[in-house]
Design a protein around this ligand. Structure first.
Ligand code: ZN
Length: 326
């Protein structure tokens, strides 16, 4: 029982169609520049929910910066903090005799924020949530075509909350802070996911790990981005995969553009800007490698993204041991 076979079929189909698209674009020279057509689309995390009702971002509208998009200075500070956190943990371990974890089961608590009892008011079925957990487990196991990571996810509880003052969930608002401080449970290792209608045409956002646990810690995702949701092109659960990637310390693949340390992962080719839809063959930087449009940390359609790299897997478990391990 359950969605696994369907999801595997879906993933296999996604990989196959990507390969087919690659072959077609190789044959038809000139198909490639899809990239430039979409690079001007305002940023939103993870992608603009253009299939979602009244959520299309109009051309020329004020750019909406992804809450998880960082400046070069912020990246430098985060990387320095990671080094400091690792040192702190190493000292702690020397005394306690603990060892770094190689595999991790992440307890997950899902908060479904509803305006009322209707589907339009946020009342999605439990089946969408269990499917989302399956999508996470397949993505992080490498079962969809990428590297296997250390992580598996265990759904501990679903918490349904009807509160019109928290709906939609408005990024950065006092209502968001109040919602999270009222609802968040568990320690640094517990993944709290908040689902609902979201502000600013966003599909989701997430907090990066911090040494001191904040009540803001967690992932927010558009409820209709879950498998079976109504967010066309973004309804196979990869907003969840992407946001959990941030929660585990991954940057976007286009972080830093073509120069510098990029996303601080060596095996994701540099990318000048976010990729949208599925622009096969896109290559925006002179450095080696096509743009990583099939990576979960880009902005492409769910059907286009299916992998993490070994470097990302390594970065995530390193961050876990520095920040989130008990
Ligand atoms: Zn993002």
């Amino acid at each position: 029982m359950g969605p696994r076979p369907n999801l595997l079929t879906r993933r296999a189909a996604g990989v196959a169609s990507t390969t087919l698209a690659l072959l077609l674009s190789t044959a038809a020279v000139g198909v490639v520049p899809a990239a430039s057509a979409f690079s001007a689309v305002p940023d939103a995390c993870a992608e603009p929910a253009d299939g979602h009702a009244n959520a299309r971002i109009k051309p020329g509208a004020a750019a909406k910066h992804d809450p998880n998009e960082l400046t070069a200075q912020q990246v430098r500070e985060r990387e320095a903090d990671l080094t400091a956190a690792q040192r702190e943990r190493a000292n702690f371990r020397t005394g306690a005799g603990a060892t770094a974890l190689a595999t991790v089961t992440v307890p997950v608590v899902v908060h479904v924020i509803q305006e009322n009892s209707t589907r339009a008011g946020g009342n999605i079925p439990d089946s969408m949530i269990t499917s989302q957990i399956s999508v996470l487990n397949q993505a992080y196991a490498g079962a969809t075509g990428g590297a296997a990571t250390a992580f598996t996810f265990r759904l501990d509880s679903i918490n349904r909350v009807t509160n019109p003052s928290w709906y939609p969930i408005v990024y950065g608002s006092s209502a968001e802070r109040s919602m999270k401080s009222s609802l968040r449970v568990g320690g640094k290792n517990t993944l709290n996911i908040y689902l609902g209608e979201l502000s600013d045409d966003l599909l989701g956002w997430a907090t990066f790990p911090q040494r001191k646990l904040s009540s803001a810690d967690g992932v927010v995702a558009l409820s209709e981005s879950l498998p079976g949701g109504t967010a066309t092109n973004y309804n196979q659960g990869d907003t969840g995969t992407h946001e959990v990637g941030h929660w585990l310390n991954l940057y976007h693949t286009f972080q830093g553009g073509c120069g510098g340390s990029g996303d601080s992962v060596s095996d994701t080719p540099a990318e000048a800007s976010p990729a949208y839809q599925c622009p096969t063959g896109r290559d925006t930087c002179s450095a080696t490698g096509l743009d990583p449009i099939t990576n979960f940390m880009d902005y492409t359609y769910d059907s286009c993204m299916y992998q993490f790299t070994p470097g990302q897997a390594s970065r995530m478990i390193t961050a876990w041991n520095a920040y989130r391990a008990a």
